[in-house]
Write a protein that binds this ligand. Structure first.
Ligand code: PMV
Length: 352
């Protein structure tokens, strides 16, 4: 359920938003993170954050960001607090840039805000807090600044903060369209299947506590600019999307798992061929891959994917989740495991 109306601006982001009354108000929104089953890697426009390819993901229950935003005419600048810490520098800059977009739509360039966010999962857990973070912020900020956006428009707005955030607007299985419009109005996500329709499990094997060294934005730019394999991966991507989409609609885990692994390995192969090479994995990543392949060879339906980091995410049936978790916990180097199920999309908690 989305707050702030379901109809929205038909031509977002080209219709100016309403000019809201300048009074203090607070909105709280909650969003789950998501994991891409068919990846987004590379941008066709840096400024508008437009992806080169589409992507398919699953939004996760219980691994969430809750964001409260207070727009306040008394504030002279934006403030951002994450997990109890006042943020400055880059994290604050990203939030401010995002709020400037929202203020532009609302026609309130001088109405600043205090943003307080809390993640329900550890920061170095291999789960993208930018996905749930910018989905929650887009939803809360759109409502607080008086914008009446429908889910698709909210998705396009969340994309400006982080490409993967566009998908966390929706629950369950979600497809992101790369769009063709230069201004990005058609680069947004939609739901393929609600979370209750296919109760799979994702087992996250955390392989280090260390934060990643190369951001996804920097890694994408390097791969896009220097990897001789990148265009081949992009060319093979539409087949992966088509097969994954059909597998989700047909609830065929074997086909989905097979596409998921090959699409992820292709993406990492592109990174390895970049100049200089980019390797997000550590020794434990490889050991977990082998553990997943070993489980599968012995009859357990489980497949993996890996994002821009060393952690491994294994997709399996609910029945296999305990066995998969125990096997991954037993891999030397695995710090901990987290098990998650498909969850709901973004929602407003309160609008005082
Ligand atoms: O949304 P970003 O900029 O954090 O990029 C996400 C990149 C991957 O997680 C590797 C793939 C994806 O589609 O989520």
């Amino acid at each position: 359920m989305l707050g702030g109306g379901q109809q929205g601006l038909s031509a977002f982001p080209f219709v100016a938003g309403c000019s809201m009354e300048l009074r203090k108000r607070t909105v709280v929104a909650r969003a789950g993170t998501n994991i891409a089953l068919v990846k987004y890697w590379g941008k066709r426009d840096q400024e508008l954050n437009l992806p080169r390819t589409g992507s398919i993901s699953v939004t996760l229950a219980g691994l969430e960001t809750v964001t409260s935003i207070t727009v306040d005419p008394a504030l002279e600048q934006d403030h951002f607090e994450l997990d109890g810490r006042v943020e400055r520098g880059l994290p604050l800059g990203r939030v401010v840039r995002f709020l400037e977009i929202v203020r532009g739509l609302a026609g309130t360039p001088r109405l600043f805000a205090r943003v307080v966010s809390r993640n329900s999962f550890p920061t170095a857990s291999g789960l993208a807090s930018s996905a749930s973070g910018f989905a929650a912020l887009a939803c809360a900020a759109a409502s607080a600044y008086g914008l009446d956006l429908g889910p698709a428009e909210l998705s396009a707005l969340a994309r400006r903060g982080s490409g993967s955030a566009a998908r966390s607007i929706f629950g369950g299985f979600v497809e992101m369209e790369p769009g063709v419009a230069p201004d990005g109005k058609d680069a947004r996500a939609h739901q393929l299947l609600p979370p209750s329709e296919w109760p799979l499990r994702l087992v996250v094997a955390v392989t280090t506590e260390a934060p990643k060294e190369v951001s996804s934005t920097a890694g994408m730019a390097l791969t896009n600019d220097t990897s001789p394999f990148y265009e081949a991966w992009v060319a093979s991507h539409s087949v992966d999307l088509e097969e994954a989409r059909l597998a989700i609609i047909g609830r065929d885990l074997e086909v989905l798992g097979t596409v998921m692994e090959r699409n992820c390995l292709g993406m990492h192969a592109c990174m390895l061929a970049s100049r200089p090479p980019l390797l997000y994995w550590n020794e434990t990543t490889v050991a977990v891959i082998r553990a997943v392949w070993g489980l599968r060879a012995r009859g357990t339906p489980v497949w993996f994917t890996i994002d821009a980091g060393p952690h491994v995410k294994a997709l399996c049936t609910p029945e296999a989740a305990t066995r998969v978790r125990a096997a991954l916990d037993a891999v030397p180097g695995v710090v901990r495991t987290i098990v998650a199920a498909p969850g709901e999309g973004v929602r407003v908690e309160t609008t005082p």
